[in-house]
Design a protein around this ligand. Structure first.
Ligand code: AKB
Length: 318
């Protein structure tokens, strides 16, 4: 049975992934770690937990050795909007943190390593429709810079040291469990919260803004499927394009209004609009579909039904 370490386990992806991996590998075999936030009860009570900073390689190695870790999910990261407020910290955590964990993994004999890239690796010079797997990577944010450099670092460690690293370029992720913090795509989650709580939402990008998005259950399943895929099937060792649904902010608001009577959305674009405008509208993920049979399940309507049902329970509105 694999011994798994999730670094950054209480973030948006980690909160769902930790629960899924504990089901798959057995609760005692999955160690959740975080830098400073308290663990949510579901994670704290569900299996082993450790506190360490991804910038501290010795502390990372200590935990890897303590549990005999052979599989790592390295999710610690600042997102795009927060990264623009503090580019130095984004560089430290996102890139130097990745290098530390890759080195720690290599020295501790880790067999398989996952690291998330993002559509933020693309930039204003990238083709925006059906963005290809291999294309121009000239991001305009520090977050994007760390994603491009991180992808190349992962490929380098695979070629140079044989560390079996796998990665996907996530689109905006939508989930009800953990709220995203500091991302440009956060409006696609916040709209559901505000619709249920207040019946209205003020969106920080304009109505015509189109971005690629994905519901969290698809993202978690895809991540686990990629980690389970036979190594010889994988032809991309930077990061796989991964896609599900693309919609405009107005299409999202219209969909929410179909489920929540009287819901209204207004638009007041802020600095995040410029970041959104620099990212693709849709993604060509045919390489992932071909290499490891990636398929998404949730469209906008199916996602909204599930999202609203779960959020109503979470927010005590049922
Ligand atoms: C963000 O908006 O920063 C993230 C991402 C697309 O990587 N959700």
């Amino acid at each position: 049975m694999a011994k798994v370490l999730i670094i950054g386990a209480v973030g948006q992806i980690g909160s769902d992934l930790t629960v899924a991996l504990r089901k798959k590998h057995g609760a005692d075999n999955v160690v959740a770690s975080t830098r400073k936030t308290e663990f949510p009860l579901e994670i704290k009570d569900g299996g082993p937990c450790e506190y360490f900073d991804v910038q501290d390689k010795d502390a990372t190695m200590k935990v890897m050795k303590k549990y005999g870790i052979d599989m790592v999910y390295q999710l610690a990261s600042l997102l795009s909007a927060t990264g623009e407020k503090n580019p130095d910290l984004a560089f430290q955590i996102n890139l130097l943190g990745l290098k530390n964990s890759l080195d720690a993994a290599r020295e501790c004999g880790v067999k398989r390593f996952f690291w998330p890239s993002s559509i933020a690796a693309f930039g204003p010079t990238t083709p925006r429709e059906r963005t290809p797997q291999r294309t121009v990577l000239e991001p305009s944010t520090m977050y994007g810079v760390t994603k491009v450099a991180g992808e190349l670092l992962c490929q380098y460690y695979f070629n140079k040291y044989g560390l079996d690293i796998r990665s996907v370029r996530y689109p905006g992720l939508i989930s009800w469990k953990a709220e995203p913090g500091g991302g440009t795509t956060d409006y696609s989650v916040a709209i559901y919260y505000d619709a249920i709580k207040h019946g209205s939402y003020k969106c920080f990008v304009g109505p015509q803004t189109v971005l690629p998005m994905m519901y969290m259950p698809d993202a978690i399943r895809g991540t686990v499927e990629l980690m389970d895929a036979p190594s010889e099937k994988l032809t991309v060792r930077t990061s796989y394009n991964l896609a599900a649904i693309s919609f405009s902010a107005k299409e999202l608001a219209d969909e929410v209004a179909r489920h929540i009577a009287g819901f209204t959305c207004t638009y007041e674009p802020d600095s995040r609009q410029k970041i959104a405008d620099s990212w693709p509208k849709s993604i060509d993920d045919s390489q992932a579909r071909k290499d490891w049979n990636w398929k998404h399940e949730y469209d906008l309507s199916k996602m909204s039904v599930d999202m609203i049902a779960n959020l109503k329970v979470k927010l005590g509105k049922k």
